[in-house]
Design a protein around this ligand. Structure first.
Ligand SMILES: *Cc1c(COP(=O)(O)O)cnc(C)c1O
Length: 400
């Protein structure tokens, strides 16, 4: 299989667990217990039951008629936006919260960028009676203030992070710092990043996405799709969407990074295009860094993609040319977002809008089957969409 990890959590030359010694016992225990519960039928049954009755899975695979006509292909959206709490993040949060319970943990810590992971964790903590502490960059708190209010309402403690660029990477740093001092807490990472075993755990838990795609396509008489397209920040919705198709080379896998203002500017978050090999948050991967290895500030209009790293599995899939990487700017994503609103009546998260923008960059053969993962809903981004709309009306520019 492509990008098989070895027992030390290396995907090819990427991954591993580069962590302070103080966390070694924690990480070892997590790996050991995960390996047990991943195969435990009772555990899996409870996980699946919550996904069904609480999250609302399976999420629909929606055929977009108008879209398909416009792009001359058969376009389906995997509707992760319809999950409880509005994104794919809950799939992972539920699984890891259950695991935390099994480890006897009482307190969960997590970082969040867009707030979607924070909300998912605050939600599962409330559901499972766990104490919840969310670290969030101060800038992100401003950008996604309604999400802060949701987390607080659910009973989570939201800790503002004032260090560095005051965004996601700093929130991760702060979570790790807190975890070192409070190893009795469970650190619930929200993407396929961090030290082994996290990338493995998160991609396993998100693999439900492609498991369902496979079943849903089969019901329509389709054996496999020609394309699967996801946006990529840390890589969890992409990992979940690609997972069960990694071995089938006939399925083209596309990941769309956030270019911000463009990959030739300093205001970007396109890690594969602008980054180089390095260690970030406990893992060997691609990192946006300067020549001295200092992590660079990132920029994207979508806070969920505004991260200077990428999961090690994806770094490996890129090197092995199994996944093709694209990049889209803020403007391309915003336009793609408006297009979906206008044509299909769905408001996508700005992150997901990056995946949609790939449609304009690929030339499809007639009747090719294209799956796009709509990772989240765009309610949280409505202010940003509105500002863009007003600006474009003032300039008398059409939206699409
Ligand atoms: C967090 C998030 C992302 C990016 O994270 P991945 O781990 O790359 O999936 C994408 N879309 C939405 C809606 C998110 O909340």
């Amino acid at each position: 299989m492509f990008s098989k990890r070895n027992k030390n959590g290396f995907y090819g030359e990427f991954g591993g667990s580069f962590i302070p010694e103080m966390l070694r016992d924690n990480i070892n225990e997590l790996e050991e217990k995960y390996n047990i519960y991943q195969k435990d039928i009772e555990f899996q049954k409870i996980y699946r039951k919550i996904l069904k009755n609480y999250v609302g899975r399976p999420t629909p695979l929606f055929f977009c008629k108008t879209y398909s006509k416009r792009y001359n292909a058969k376009i389906y959206l995997k509707r992760e936006d319809l999950n409880h709490t509005g994104s794919h993040k809950i799939n992972n949060a539920i699984g890891q919260s259950l695991l935390a319970k099994k480890l006897g943990k009482k307190k969960i810590i997590a970082e969040t960028g867009a707030g979607q992971h924070g909300i998912a964790v605050a939600t599962t903590c409330s559901l499972m009676n766990l104490e919840c502490m969310i670290f969030m960059g101060e800038i992100d708190m401003h950008r996604q203030y309604s999400n802060v209010l949701i987390m607080k309402s659910l009973g989570a403690k939201v800790i503002p992070v004032y260090s560095g660029s005051k965004t996601l990477k700093d929130a991760v740093n702060e979570s790790i710092r807190y975890w070192i001092n409070n190893p009795e807490s469970y650190y619930l990472i929200g993407s396929t990043v961090g030290p082994h075993p996290y990338p493995m755990i998160v991609s396993d838990l998100q693999s439900i996405i492609s498991e369902e795609i496979k079943i849903q396509l089969k019901k329509k008489g389709i054996i496999y799709p020609n394309y699967i397209i996801s946006c990529i920040g840390g890589g969890s919705n992409a990992a979940g969407s690609f997972y069960h198709y990694l071995d089938n080379k006939k399925v083209k896998l596309l990941a769309v990074e956030a270019a911000g203002l463009g990959i030739h500017t300093k205001k970007t978050a396109a890690t594969i295009f602008c980054g180089s090999k390095g260690i970030l948050h406990g893992s060997m991967t691609f990192v946006l860094q300067n020549q001295d290895g200092q992590v660079l500030p990132t920029y994207s209009i979508s806070p969920g993609l505004d991260y200077p790293g990428i999961g090690p599995m994806h770094a490996d899939l890129f090197m092995k040319k199994r996944v093709k990487f694209l990049h889209s700017t803020d403007n391309e994503a915003l336009q793609a977002g408006f297009e979906l609103m206008k044509l299909e009546g769905i408001i996508p998260a700005l992150e997901s809008a990056h995946a949609l923008s790939a449609l304009k960059k690929i030339f499809f053969k007639k009747n090719e089957i294209v799956i796009i993962t709509l990772s989240g809903r765009g309610d949280k981004d409505i202010n940003v969409y509105n500002q863009f709309m007003n600006k474009n009306f003032l300039n008398h520019e059409p939206i699409t």
